[in-house]
Design a protein around this ligand. Structure first.
Ligand code: SF4
Length: 650
């Protein structure tokens, strides 16, 4: 029997857990008592990690498409098949006709190697991460404001906060260790102000809950900023900060009295919220996907960062996937190099051209959403997807499935035969976080070790090995040793300077130190988008306690899956009555793009004019209703606050 300390691979809290194994099987799992995040506790997903990732239907051999069917084959055959297809496409259409999408669930070393493979081996600029579907808007926004593209404080700061402003996050269910610390903070007298159209399990711990109209965040954020500046509630040195005058000027003309119509918020409530956070320092401003997947989400994050800066507080980003922070840190985005160096910066390009021995373009490649559109139009001839069930996580499911079906060559690496893998030409069986070494970076920017507990299931391999094999097929030498890859990252990416497996093995792991992070206030201009006429309801999509992302892993756990065996949607009782629909009957939720059917429940936690649709296991995702419309700056799709209509299914 042995115990291996590793990091949970589900959410971005990054709990440390001991996994007990005997004769190659997991026989137990325990939280670390002293780890700064887990602190002796795991959430329900962590406790059920083993059945979720070691399901009986894990892929055990590579698969290659022969006609209509995917057939098991050898690794040599699968790699040669993929390499030949890619070389032919490069010869006929050039490397830019290939797109690559990576995952924020894989290790830092795997994300980095995928970037290196795309940019230096294939020679395509079209490399992006699945963060584009979730939370990538925080990167440009925070680089421009706080200067730190991530949280500014550790979880240990939460219970000491004087006030917390939390926007758009079902934190108690999705990030349990943030939720428990907010609970501690509230017990210590912290004033918690939540702003979310739908009330969640956080409500008992809040001093004030504002229910704005979905999609109106930018309007109330501008009002908050206006009040803070007009009433001089800001920290003493705020007027000397760069950008203060520009911010003040951008807020001119705001009528606080109009908030009732533009945001469904009473001006007195808004004043009270501002007063609570301004008069109770230190303030932490937290935001989750509810804010990050709205129209103009980059502006929203800039506005929230401005609130934190003006009050002398800090930002905490409530990201979804376990390695969302690390994937972006190591350059898994279309427009940045590892360490958030800009592709447009010739000095930064030179650094990485020397490390990777290649020429880098100054222009960004396609975002993940643009790649899907380019698969549909034929501009992209091949798409490689590592560790992401794009068929469910991308918006507009029908169009996405059509795009994936249309692209000339599709290769997928994953644990299971997901909806995306089913339509691939080659499927690489990847191993889980229990079967490999590496690092994840959590919500605090804390770099932590992932340690191999078990031998890979069947013939599965880590993505690092798969990328190295693909590289070798192109004559490139890419390391499959995660320790060496981390050394390469830390020697050239300033934010990871000094990080090594040896150091991480001695400590719990330290948050990386921001480089050149002077705060700057950004002007926030008004933009509006209204739901009117034919589509009178706003859709609120959310995730539940037992479910992680597209459910590729959590759906495999019978314990997690049985908690919500049936999909449902929730409406306010008054709306249901007005529409003449009884609870328990089926409704069709229709957007401009698509429709889905759910059983109706009524709940007073859902405001009038809204329908709440949780994500569920195995498809039927509210993402299907979203279009390919994105935030114009970050390219993040608009999954929240889009307009729908409701019909009874007769
Ligand atoms: S899912 Fe998140 S909170 Fe739950 S055990 Fe894993 S890291 Fe911890």
């Amino acid at each position: 029997m042995s115990y291996v300390l590793t990091t949970c691979g589900f959410c971005s809290c990054g709990c440390a857990m001991y996994v007990q194994q005997e004769n190659g099987k997991v026989t137990g799992l325990f939280p670390s008592e002293n780890h700064p995040v887990s602190n002796g506790r795991l959430c329900i997903k962590g406790w059920n990690a083993t059945p979720a990732i070691l399901g009986a239907d894990r892929l055990r051999k590579p698969l290659v498409r022969r006609g209509e069917h995917l057939e098991a084959t050898s690794w040599d055959d699968a790699i040669n098949y993929a390499a030949s297809a890619l070389k032919k496409i490069i010869f006929e259409s050039g490397p830019k006709s290939i797109g690559i999408i990576g995952s924020a669930k894989t290790t830092n070393e795997e994300c980095y190697s995928l970037v290196k493979f795309a940019r230096s081996v294939i020679g395509t600029p079209n490399i992006d991460g699945a963060c584009r579907f979730y939370d990538a808007s925080l990167i440009p926004a925070l680089l421009e404001t706080t200067g730190t593209p991530g949280s500014q404080v550790e979880l240990s700061a939460i219970p000491k906060a004087g006030s917390i402003l939390i926007v758009g996050s079902n934190v108690m269910e999705q990030l349990a260790h943030v939720g428990s610390r907010i609970e501690d903070a509230a017990d210590n007298g912290c004033k918690v102000v939540a702003i979310d159209p739908r009330e969640t399990r956080l409500a008992p711990h809040t001093s004030l809950w504002l229910h704005p109209k979905p999609g109106s965040d930018l309007a109330w954020i501008r009002a908050f900023l206006k009040i803070i500046i007009a009433e001089r509630l800001y920290t003493k040195n705020a007027p000397e900060m760069p950008g203060f005058e520009e911010l003040r000027a951008s807020l001119e003309g705001i009528e606080i009295s109009q908030l009732k119509y533009s945001c469904w918020l009473e001006p007195a409530e808004v004043h009270k919220a501002v007063e609570l956070i301004a008069s109770n320092p230190p303030t932490i401003v937290m935001f989750g996907l509810g804010a990050l997947q709205q129209p103009h989400s980059t502006e929203i994050v800039k506005g929230l960062a401005n609130i934190a800066i003006l009050l002398g507080g800090s930002v905490m980003t409530l990201r979804g996937q376990n390695n969302a922070q690390g994937a972006c840190d190591v350059g898994l985005t279309n427009d940045l190099l590892p360490g958030y160096l800009k592709l447009a910066d010739p000095v930064a390009r030179k650094v990485w051209e020397l490390v990777w021995n290649c020429q880098l373009p100054a222009e960004p490649g396609m975002t993940a959403v643009e790649m899907l559109k380019a698969c549909e139009s034929g501009t992209l001839k091949a798409l490689l997807i590592f560790g992401e069930n794009v068929a469910l996580s991308a918006p507009n499911t029908q169009a996405t499935l059509s795009a994936l079906d249309k692209v000339g060559f599709l290769a997928v690496s994953d644990l299971y035969l997901t909806e995306t893998a089913k339509i691939a030409d080659v499927v690489f069986p990847a191993c889980s976080f229990l079967e490999k070494d590496g690092t994840f970076t959590n919500i605090e920017r804390r770099l932590q070790r992932v340690r191999k507990v078990l031998e890979p299931i069947g013939e599965s391999k880590s993505d690092l090995e798969i990328i190295a094999m693909l590289g070798a097929a192109f004559g490139a030498k890419m390391s499959a040793d995660p320790e060496k890859v981390m050394t390469e990252i830390s020697s050239s990416a300033p934010i990871y300077k000094g990080q090594s497996f040896r150091q991480l093995d001695e400590e719990w792991g330290q948050p990386w130190v921001p480089v050149g992070s002077e705060a700057k206030l950004a002007p926030i201009e008004a933009v509006t988008k209204d739901s009117e006429g034919e589509y009178p309801f706003y859709l609120i999509a959310s995730r539940i306690n037992f479910h992680q992302q597209t459910g590729t892993m959590t759906a495999k756990s019978s314990v997690l899956a049985r908690e919500y065996p049936e999909t449902f949607a929730e409406m306010n009782e008054a709306d249901a009555e007005r529409l003449g629909i009884r609870p328990g009957s089926s409704i069709r939720i229709i957007s401009e793009t698509n429709s889905l059917t759910r059983v109706l429940s009524v709940s007073e936690s859902v405001p009038k004019g809204c329908v709440h649709v949780p994500h569920f296991f195995g498809g039927n995702s509210p993402n299907a209703l979203a279009s390919y419309e994105t935030d114009p700056v970050s390219g993040v799709p608009i999954y929240k606050a889009y307009a729908v209509k409701i019909e009874a299914v007769r």
